[in-house]
Design a protein. Structure first.
Length: 105
């Protein structure tokens, strides 16, 4: 278990949620900065669709891991690892492939 006292678990979940929600305003400008105007809407739709799919599949993943291991600890580690991988991909993409837009002459 991560925390034996419920108050410690609630504080930990609160801090984790604050961190996850704080990153959202920094993430959503990336597709429009990285994609050209003609494909930006499609890119945003694809990102939203993948996010909705993750929200649907994550509880099944947690349940399957709990059935296999008898604990949700490994499931939380798996979800944390997926979050870290996504963050690293976003960092890598944002630094390397921004669309260059010509400024006014």
């Amino acid at each position: 278990n991560f925390a034996t006292l419920p108050i410690v678990a609630i504080i930990g979940l609160t801090i984790a949620t604050m961190g996850a929600l704080t990153s959202l305003p920094m993430f959503w400008p990336l597709p429009t900065a990285l994609l050209s105007a003609s494909v930006a809407a499609g890119g945003l739709a694809l990102i939203n669709s993948i996010g909705q799919m993750a929200g649907f599949l994550s509880p099944y993943l947690v349940g399957w891991i709990k059935d296999q291991t008898g604990s949700t600890t490994l499931a939380l580690y798996a979800l944390a690892a997926l979050t870290i991988v996504g963050s690293l991909v976003a960092l890598r993409v944002s630094r390397s492939s921004a669309v260059k837009v010509a400024g006014p002459a």
